[in-house]
Design a protein around this ligand. Structure first.
Ligand code: NAP
Length: 257
């Protein structure tokens, strides 16, 4: 299937590891122009160098920027738009499920989780709309199955991811017909250095048991499987899809709805 992404101008927040990096690579392999961000300067410079080797014809911009900072994010969008004269596709990927396990986190912890997961999405949506000159485009949020049901994930993370689904649906309704807004809800996705990798390092047997007993496909998803869905939903091949929250979880939630 030709996704017609060649030359599309794309921004991905948090693209140096895991799902975000797979999304960046996916768009580059389709010939899109890609801008991406993260906080760690050293790692984003190194990744950019590697990507330029792997995708030698690529058009690639990187930004060292904290997605929870409205001013920095505004600067990122202004730089991209002035460089490329617009932006067609935005993927709000930044998020982090690391929190504490008590039923309700401390107010500080709750606020911090909401900032990383929800505020970053709101800021990106705002800048996407501020910079959108054509009134067209695709905005996609990475939520989680923890935003759909209470699986035992940290409460603050689950609440933030549920709010992202509501943000996505409300924007979809209000921005149709020319701007499409969707979100995806991944299940457990393994990547080296990611949160599941950390859990496996601590107790591999426990994690294997959890995956075997809760995921019908009895395995983790890969970042590339998530990226493929993101590419499709962001492309014109998904032109009638807006306001959707697509679950990609190896069947984990199949008995829940
Ligand atoms: N992995 C899973 O099982 C899973 C499941 C469902 C949903 N998700 C969601 O999928 C998304 C990606 O998860 P992941 O597991 O791939 O994460 P990850 O491996 O921790 O990677 C996160 C990326 O975002 C960057 N980042 C983090 N905070 C940032 C901030 N405040 N500003 C800018 N960049 C930031 C990181 O780089 P720096 O640290 O250098 O900034 C890194 O590039 C998240 O929204 C997560 O909630 C993940």
């Amino acid at each position: 299937m030709n996704l017609n992404l060649k030359g599309k101008r794309v921004f991905v927040s948090g693209g140096t590891r895991g799902i975000g990096l797979a999304i960046v690579k996916g768009f580059l392999s389709e010939g899109a122009h890609v801008a991406f961000s993260s906080r760690n300067e050293e790692s984003i410079k190194q990744i950019t160098k590697d990507l330029k080797k792997e995708f030698s014809d690529s058009v690639l911009l990187y930004f060292v920027s904290d997605a929870t900072d409205p001013e920095k994010t505004k600067d990122v969008f202004e730089s991209i738009i002035s460089e490329w004269n617009g932006l067609d596709i935005v993927v709000s990927n930044v998020g982090d499920g690391r929190s504490t396990q008590e039923p309700l986190q401390s107010s500080e912890q709750f606020e911090s989780t909401m900032r990383t997961n929800l505020k970053s999405a709101e800021i990106i949506a705002r800048e996407f709309l501020n910079g959108n000159k054509t009134g067209k485009g695709s905005l996609l949020f990475i939520s989680s199955i923890t935003g759909l049901e209470a699986f035992g994930a940290p409460t603050d993370y689950s609440v933030a991811k549920a709010a992202i689904i509501a943000l996505s649906k409300n924007l979809a309704r209000k921005l149709a017909p020319d701007i499409r807004v969707n979100c995806i809800s991944p299940g457990n996705v393994y990547s080296p250095g990611g949160s599941w990798d950390e859990k496996i390092q601590k107790d591999p047997e426990r994690i294997k048991k959890i995956i075997d007993s809760t995921v019908p496909m009895k395995r983790f998803g890969t970042p590339e499987e998530i990226a493929d869905l993101v590419l499709f939903l962001s492309s014109e091949r998904a032109s009638f899809i807006t306001g959707s929250c697509v679950v990609i979880d190896g069947g984990q939630t199949v008995g829940f709805h």
